[in-house]
Ligand binder design. Structure first.
Ligand SMILES: [Zn+2]
Length: 422
């Protein structure tokens, strides 16, 4: 269903408990990074950037095992559900033990994520990541990247084993870490081996340095190269796609692929601003992701997606189209319309968020303005219930498993942070 075709439908339905809306899908998550949110906000170098942040991230990544990943992911998924996310796409590359050796069960880390999703009730699209090289020049992974790596056979074994576990609330797709981490011939081999309906996600054009390296070694910008070297279609999700020229904006929109925009992380890392207005004009599909989890809130992602454009253009109310003057409604419809293409859950029946009609931000709300009120003046405190696949997982704003999951998260964080300090 396109965002335009249903624009005349009310955005929310008044029910006894409040205002009922579809749930929001979080199209991009690295669960373990929840443990470092707020811990990379001290200057280490006058030119701190994504690349210095990545050093902190690698130190954090080295401390995880299946138990601590399960504890951190469970806490994260509780927070997502309480914030209104009902589906998460987990872009998962923490595969092996810290020294790079596979666990006895090579899927142990993936299983920790599946268990966290099952225990908390969120829908999961698990995207095991293929990560082979440390740069466009094909250099091998360094010691800190060793736990991310696979050869093609090992990757396909992992993918197929996980795929056999798909069920009502679990889908398994493929993630290519990035063009710099997957050589062209490996990309072609894996794409040829995937089932026709598999979703494919890739990080692309997040950093100017990545664009420059791709131009230097492949004579094309990353998105140009991808569109010319793979059959990019509605099964694809391009994560970030921050640095685009006009041809790339039009090319992604025409392909039917979804762009997963991660405004809070892209702002936190100083990546740049997505070309939202141009991309909407081209009719492109998009959704949101919380990526590094510096913020876990669909409200913040959508709000900052719009605010970035306002700050840039010194105008207001940018993300609208002819059918609806409401920015909140346009943003929510945009995020909803990409769910099936990006996550592989068609319809996601029984998923809903119920906003609390008694919340002060919603006093006197109507079906016409409830989306704008929630996205621009509300947040998690407006959420009363969250339902996934017909099950109520959040009641009165609180996830049913919040207490014990938080206790295990605290214990895991003490171990993780103690190991880093020690
Ligand atoms: Zn990412």
């Amino acid at each position: 269903m396109s965002a335009r075709s249903d624009a005349a439908e009310p955005i929310a339905r008044r029910v006894e408990e409040g205002w009922r809306l579809p749930g929001v899908a979080n199209l991009h998550s690295h669960a373990f990074q929840r443990a470092m949110a707020g811990l990379a906000e001290r200057q280490t170098h006058p030119e701190d950037s994504f690349w210095t942040w990545r050093e902190t991230m690698y130190r954090m990544a080295a401390r995880f095992d299946p138990d601590s990943l399960h504890a951190v992911a469970s806490q994260l998924y509780v927070e997502m559900l309480e914030a209104g996310y009902t589906t998460v796409c987990e872009f998962h590359y923490l595969h092996h033990a810290p020294d790079g050796r596979p666990y006895d069960d090579p899927a142990a880390m993936s299983q920790a994520l599946i268990a966290a999703a099952r225990d908390t009730g969120i829908r999961l699209t698990l995207l095991p990541v293929l990560y082979m090289t440390g740069g466009f020049d094909g250099r091998p992974l360094n010691a800190r990247q060793a736990r991310f790596g696979h050869d093609i056979d090992g990757y396909m074994r992992l993918f197929e084993g996980l795929r056999a576990e798909e069920g009502e609330t679990l889908r398994v797709g493929c993630a290519l870490h990035s063009l710099r981490a997957v050589p062209p011939e490996a990309m072609r081999a894996v794409l040829a081996a995937l089932p026709d309906d598999a979703r494919i996600h890739i990080h692309i054009a997040e950093q100017v340095g990545e664009v420059q390296d791709c131009l230097a070694l492949r004579d094309l910008r990353p998105v140009e190269w991808l569109l010319q070297n793979a059959t990019v279609d509605a099964r694809w999700t391009l994560v970030h796609a921050t640095h685009l020229n006009d041809w790339e904006v039009a090319g992604i929109a025409k392909s039917g692929a979804t762009v997963a925009i991660c405004p809070s992380t892209e702002a936190n890392l100083g990546d740049g601003l997505f070309r939202l207005r141009d991309y909407l004009d081209a009719g492109g599909a998009w959704g949101i992701g919380s990526d590094s989890h510096i913020s876990v809130s669909p409200v913040e992602e959508l709000r900052w997606l719009e605010y970035g454009q306002r700050v840039l253009t010194r105008r207001r109310n940018i993300a609208v189209h002819g059918d609806s003057p409401s920015v909140g409604a346009t943003l929510l419809r945009g995020a909803w319309s990409s769910v099936a293409g990006s996550t592989g859950f068609d319809g996601a029946g029984g998923d809903a968020v119920v906003l609390d009609a008694d919340a002060p931000q919603l006093a006197g709300a109507t079906a016409d303005d409830v989306a704008d009120r929630w996205i621009f003046s509300g947040n998690r405190s407006c959420i009363r219930e969250v339902h996934v696949a017909g099950r109520k997982v959040v009641a009165d704003g609180v996830h049913a498993g919040r207490g014990p999951i938080l206790a295990r998260y605290r214990a895991a964080m003490a171990t993780i942070l103690g190991a880093i300090e020690g």
